[in-house]
Design a protein around this ligand. Sequence first.
Ligand code: WTA
Length: 662
Amino acid sequence: MSGAESTESNLQENRRFAPPAEFAAQAHIGSIEEYEKLHSRSIAEPEAFWAEVAEQLHWFKPWDKVLEWEAPDAKWFVGATTNLCYNCIDRQVEAGLGDQVAIVWEAEPYADGQPQVVNLTYNDLLREVSKFANVLKSKGVQKGDVVTIYMGMVPELAIAMLACARIGAVHSIIFGGFSASAIRDRVEDGKSKLLITCDGSWRRAKNVPLKANVDEALEMTDLIENVIVYQRTECEVHMTVGRDHWWHDLMDGISDDCPAEEMDAEDLLFILYTSGSTGKPKGIMHTTGGYMVHTYMTSKLTFDLKPDDPDELYWCTADIGWITGHSYIIYGLLPNRVRTLMYEGAPNEPGPDRFWDMVERHKVTKFYTAPTAIRAFMKWGDEHVEKHDLSSLKVLGTVGEPINPEAWVWYHEKIGGERCPIVDTWWQTETGGHMLTPLPGATTTTPGSCCRPMLGIDAAVVNSDGEEVPNNSGGILVIRKPWPSMLRGIYGDRQRFVQTYWEKVPGMYCPADGARVDPDGNFWITGRIDDVIVVAGHNLGTMEIESALVSHPDVAEAAVVGFPHDVKGTGISAFVITKGAVPAPGSDAAEAMKKSMSAHVAKELGPISKPDQIRLTEALPKTRSGKIMRRLLRDIAAGNEIKQDTTTLEDRGIVEKLQASG
Ligand code: WTA
């Protein structure tokens, strides 16, 4: 994509939301001038800047050098030793705060009509994590070994990951919604010998058979020697003698003394798999020191965390199986000494107000969720929100995909009571932590923009030669300087690491997102650059068309892909979830609705962006992590036979329905 050809966004978003003065007055960073001063300095003197952040954490041995950099290889805090689990737990206990609550956990099912809540203090965590670390050791796990974790959102998942970090084992967490083949692939790629799971997990009042999935996976690979099973749902499971062990049996009577291992700053902390644009998932590698420093600082600044405020309660609704859960439920939060809420289940169990009921009961102060969830809440109806008192909320966050302005404004008004700053955080599994985001006390936000680079982040929008493009011209988002939590590689695939991230724009990290910068210096993500479509010689951001569609009154959600078109080269195909019932395919009502949507897009973005095809539907093919499977949509739009694997789809029947609706 070159700057000259790129799309000028026609989305006229002029609304501006300044941080409330009262909020700014108490914030860590309370004005845009202060942010700009700190940001300039962090870019001019990155080593001094990051050293100052790192000094706020515990190190067994200080670094000889902050950074060693030869693109694409970074070493941060060279020569230093630390332990992330120690920084999450022991440090608080040693400061005399052992009785303070670290994790608040809520189960999905109610017991006798009452919510079931468990509070884990730092003392509790120290004891349980140390015991489980000893369990791992007793099963032969050593520093550097890869431990696979496939569990539901139970406290034991946090305990398992922290126990790995404590002894220097590398965890590879697999989201509990994945299937047996995904487990097999990851176990084999990581050459893992031990797996931790649950009998089952609760999701919308149904038992998800985790152990049965593991059994199926382990029929396809014989690498795993030990399986540890935490009993959660008490569903029936098969235990293979000699291989499978109950968590409670192994924990029974084991010592709770297990000092944290001194880890080199560059020792591998975890691998987390993320899907690439093609082929098998990539095992993204994160190391100890840099990841710790970056997630600590970004948690504190993005959410304006207040460790000394006993009312501070932060809730990120992600699953720990994703990077958001790794960084912003556990690793960034616990070193900040802020209570972090973990919820086991679905947002609409038992009713569509479960989240708001929880916010009210727990008095959540900082709330972090995904635009997809926000759009679902909008669809379910405001009445489920309005019956709850959400006045404890102070900061709202979003992550994972661009948020369309309509959803942003709804979030601001209905959830935030027009009082809470919204932080739209752009980052990736690969970046480890936040890269572009407003700071709640400093940034004047604008709906749909993730605003400014985080301190220490040198982001720019460039053409393929690495030259910055003018304001408002689309281009490629790049990060020009190394940052502490950057990925250190793809596990076992050096070449893919170099090719995927470092060759598109030589010498710079390329996340494969398109972006533009507006005249105020705010960044707008325009879509994956692999999702940019060239229509009649014009580059169009599919996400911008989606955003335009979603601002039509009948549209709940939209996905746009390109398909081969006789005249234009590429045509635009839109898959639209309607707000109300889907009119019968081919009916007058359906045709009128499509026409009105097309006209709306033409009005918002210009006639060039008008969809050539619209399919009205009640659902879209999504992976269990909620990402739309665009490749599948492209095949449907093109009328191709579906050859790809659809086993990770939430609802497999949806593909036939969409094919029939064309
Ligand atoms: C997209 C999730 C727009 C983007 C933390 C990125 C976003 C990919 C945003 C990474 C945002 C994430 N605005 N797009 N605020 N946040 N993305 O690895 O395309 O699951 O490259 O990490 O999600 O997804 P991942």
